[in-house]
Ligand binder design. Structure first.
Ligand code: ADP
Ligand code: MG
Length: 561
């Protein structure tokens, strides 16, 4: 074949400067793009082989990544389908940039839109290279090897190559600004980040071992990936141990997860994955937003904020969907129709799983409630659909440590904790030590007191008040408690208004620093369970203050309703 020069099918001459300039922060994704192309080419050949359309030997199909520091090159080699000269013209010279053309025309003056919308694929190589070569031999019988070379202008050359093995080598001549990619450690890091779970073996050099106090190379290929990660396998073939081990692989040195969900959706979109409910240790959990997003086992991002509902970002694990577009920006992902559908589907699955455990293994569910609670309450507060599901399995704990569903608790207090207007009063404490005497007094009256001392409990109580019919949540030391005192237990106080007034003054002068405290001298107790005087607080004022304080303390959880 004659050497041939050509012009890449781009109408705009300035595509390369744009690639270099605007994608600066994401330079490292060139490796992901090129390795995943190599994997695609290998998978295609495997498919052809299984269909009987490719009759040759598959042989070793590993994708190999290698560095040559002296030449300043990175090479990505595969033994996939390869390309003929025609195919190079079609897929590299024409097609690859056709979508880029459209976008350049459309968004000439808006660099962000370009970055956001167009997947660079093969051409991302030019983010780090001054020259790129493709040396390829198609799997098709009688093909000739071809070399394509391009120095980052729209001009390319095509010539005959002497490659004898089927497949493609992509050779990158790394430019001066990107020399860091010639470091073994850097490439190793990137391969582990993006290629860790690719479905074809990725080899980077040889394994090393310690011998006589130093590290020496062995004969064995250094395979950096697991080609069949847990989420791609059948749940029936997996044991609890497998799920726990995978969790440790993803997040070393974290506590065992509480539960997990193996996702497997075929319709209306494809989605697999495994999500874990982590043990959330403290308010500010460093492992928030740690779900890893994959597309066909290619890592995209480990920050799913804005992609899954806020409360689900507390979960850990992997979501893999070919329907999530690769190499587009976060804002684009967030507005993507598929991504929205996926996110509501995941919410549903999470609710299904929790309901399932609750129904089938309530003791386990109760045992883990303290850890699960923040997650479920957060979901209920921020997602209406999740609330509807979770109100069946959200639990309330009282000060005796007994646990109830909403329904069960309502039944428990219905006969006994209704005020004069027929409103059901849910008594709670948010601080057992401080409100100790009030809790005891309430219990002496035969009332039940809920323990709402979690971070989100007060918010949840506010929400439940509006959801439950004719119900109020009232702290045990609140003034409203007076309304609950049964008529048969008290008589009118033998005090004149003047005496009451004087007593009031006396009390106030003894407790000058406490604001908005109210004293009641209106009745006299008829049995010893009733305190003659109650010092209470106004429920409404107190709660408003608490909410305001929480709001500032809660910024970690984003906007609260
Ligand atoms: P995409 O992978 O989304 O199709 P790319 O720009 O990454 O887009 O690649 C363009 C095309 O070039 C691919 O669709 C494929 O036909 C061809 N190609 C790229 N790399 C290889 C390779 N290693 N082996 C065979 N064909 C390849
Ligand atoms: Mg590609």
């Amino acid at each position: 074949m004659e050497e041939r020069k050509g012009h890449i099918g781009v109408t705009t001459d300035n595509i390369f400067p744009i690639i270099k300039k605007f994608l600066y922060s994401d330079h490292e994704i060139f490796l992901r793009e090129l390795v995943s192309n190599a994997v695609d080419a290998t998978q295609k050949l495997k498919t052809l082989s299984s269909l009987g359309e490719f009759k040759g030997e598959l042989g070793d199909t590993a994708v190999r990544v290698s560095l040559d520091k002296e030449k300043g090159t990175i090479t990505i080699s595969d033994r996939g389908i390869g390309m003929t000269e025609d195919e190079i013209n079609k897929y590299i010279n024409q097609i690859a940039l056709s979508s880029a053309n459209e976008f350049l025309d459309k968004y000439k003056n808006d660099a962000n839109a370009i970055i956001g919308h167009f997947g660079l694929g093969f051409y991302s190589a030019f983010m780090v290279s001054k020259q790129v070569e493709i040396v390829t031999l198609s799997h098709k019988e009688g093909s000739e090897a071809v070399k394509w070379s391009c120095d980052g202008t729209p001009e390319f050359t095509l010539s005959k190559a002497d490659k004898t093995e089927r497949g493609t080598d992509i050779i990158l001549y790394i430019d001066d600004e990107n020399k860091n990619f010639l470091e073994q450690g850097e490439i190793d890091k990137l391969l582990k980040k993006y290629c860790r779970f690719l479905p074809v073996s990725i080899v980077f050099g040889k394994k090393t071992e310690w011998k006589d106090g130093k590290s020496v190379e062995t004969e064995e290929d250094n395979v950096i990936n697991d080609t069949t990660p847990l989420w791609t396998r059948k749940p029936a073939d997996l044991k609890d141990e497998d799920y726990k081990k995978f969790y440790q692989d993803l997040y070393p040195f974290t506590d065992e997860p509480l539960f997990w969900i193996h996702l497997n959706v075929d319709y209306p979109f494809k989605l697999t994955g495994v999500l874990y409910f982590p043990k959330l240790k403290s308010n500010v959990d460093p492992h928030k937003n740690k779900i890893q997003l994959y597309s066909n086992q290619v890592f995209i991002t480990d920050s799913v904020e804005g992609i899954v509902p806020e409360f689900l970002t507390l979960m850990h694990g992997v979501i893999d969907s070919p329907d999530i577009p690769l190499n587009v920006s976060r804002s684009y992902l967030q507005s993507d129709h598929n991504v929205k559908k996926i996110s509501s589907h995941i919410t549903k699955k999470v609710a299904d799983r929790l309901e399932d455990i609750f129904k089938n293994d309530r003791p386990q569910f109760e045992e883990k409630w303290d850890d699960l609670k923040i997650f479920i309450e957060y979901g209920m507060l921020t997602d209406e659909k999740f609330y509807d599901r979770a109100q069946k399995f959200c639990l309330l704990k009282n000060t005796d440590g007994n646990i109830f569903t909403f329904e069960e608790y309502k039944t428990l207090i219905s006969g006994n904790q209704t005020d004069k207007e027929g409103t059901l009063i849910y008594l709670y404490t948010n601080n057992r030590e401080e409100q100790y005497s009030y809790i005891n007094a309430a219990k002496d009256h035969g009332y039940d007191v809920l323990l709402l001392d979690g971070q989100l409990d007060v918010h949840l109580a506010g929400m439940l008040e509006s959801k439950f019919e004719k119900s109020r949540f009232v702290r045990v030391d609140s003034d409203i408690v007076n309304n609950l005192i049964k008529k048969e237990d008290i008589a009118d106080a033998d005090l004149t208004d003047k005496q009451k007034e004087e007593l009031n003054e006396t009390f106030k002068s003894q407790l000058p620093k406490i604001e908005k405290v109210e004293f009641s001298f209106d009745y006299k107790p008829l049995n010893e369970n009733i305190q003659p005087i109650q010092i209470t607080q106004n429920e409404y004022t107190r709660r408003m203050k608490e909410m305001a304080a929480m709001q500032t303390g809660m910024s970690f959880y984003g906007e609260m309703p």
